[in-house]
Design a protein around this ligand. Sequence first.
Ligand code: MG
Length: 468
Amino acid sequence: MDRRGFLKGVGASVLGAVVSPLAAAAAEERRPNFVVIFADDLGYGDLGCFGHPTLRTPHLDRMAAEGAKLTQFYSAASVCTPSRAGLMTGRLPIRNGMCSDKRAVLFPDSGGGLPESELTIARLLKSKGYATACVGKWHLGHLPQFLPTSHGFDYYYGIPYSNDMDRTAGAHRDACIDPKVEYFNVPLMRNEEVIERPADQSTITKRYAEEAVAFIKRAKDKPFFLYLAHSMPHVPLFASEDFADTSLRGIYGDVITEIDWSVGRVLDTLRAEGLAENTLVIFTSDNGPWLVFKEHGGSSGLLRDGKGSTWEGGMREPTIAWWPGTIKGQTVITDMASTLDVLPTFAELAGADVPKARVYDGWSMADVLKGKGRGRRNVMYYYRGTQLRAIRKGPWKMHLYTKTEYVAGKVEKHEPPLLFNVERDPSEKYDVAAAHADVIADLKKEIAAHEATVERGPSQLEIPLKKA
Ligand code: MG
């Protein structure tokens, strides 16, 4: 019910109770807005404020200076589709079929997507009267029943899957490293309609920013949730004229600079509209850098490996949370957290109930963001497809299997497992398993307890598209 309807209904029925509906309306008004800005394949080392020496990100640096940097924040998986499913649902993708050992992500010839039975952040917040929009890459199914508009978003504008798909030219690597817009016949959609094909990727980052700003201005009288998921720096890389050849870091730097500019557009709009102090903005990425693309891929900084792997570089993301007046500026949060924690966090802050009858894999970050407590997450699971390859509990990370992805080679099984103290050794250089048999035994117990909660269903990623 909108606020006017609420006032009319209650005000008319309760004689003399003028104050209470107004107070209730005011409380409604105080529900925070939420913005998630999600980069694609951005590395832990790719932002100025996370230590990159030649990449300039002044808007993200300012966001971090006014808010909090989260330095031990994980995506739900090391590739796009499962990672996004985890963010949207607060549940590991192993619980809802959004992962596979045969196909790492959804493709244009996929017939599956995020099941309707899953509750997304958008649908959860809609139950509390939020206006919702998804701008950018979705990658949780491109058929109508799986699109954002079927999952609680009032509005969608974007490329529904990866920007390197629907390729019309040459080998994937060549087309990505020396790209032209027409090499990738990806659709640009508004709600359920394709409005441009191929999407002009050279202006897509800019257009996503303008769509995001327009939504904020449209929605500002209600609480709102904006999910702004950039298509880049996933290859192929395109920057608009204003940003091309502006960075010391080459085209990758140009792309990041443009994304950084778009973050500035969003935050400036929130400031100008007087919404900054009532809006929580989280910036992060879906997975680590695609290292085989060399200069066209990012850097995981001091972390090991990148996209696709369950080493830290595959899933630990450069993350910033901003909420002026609530999150203290210049904060560095070293507590463990994850995209899986976003749904429970928003639920708590919006006063929405999360269904009791399903297993969640996240904990609210509300207290730790407000500086009122420690993070509630003490464990992280690292899946590749359906295989649990590693676990972290406290400072200890144990690898049962490892593999560098996108290059030849087999999955390596470790028995005894590898063990790293990733707080002392974030680069995972020094295996200390031999000295800590007790830790390994405890982590194995933790895995057994976790696996007892997992019901593996059929994979959505293996469902083929039905021919019309
Ligand atoms: Mg990605």
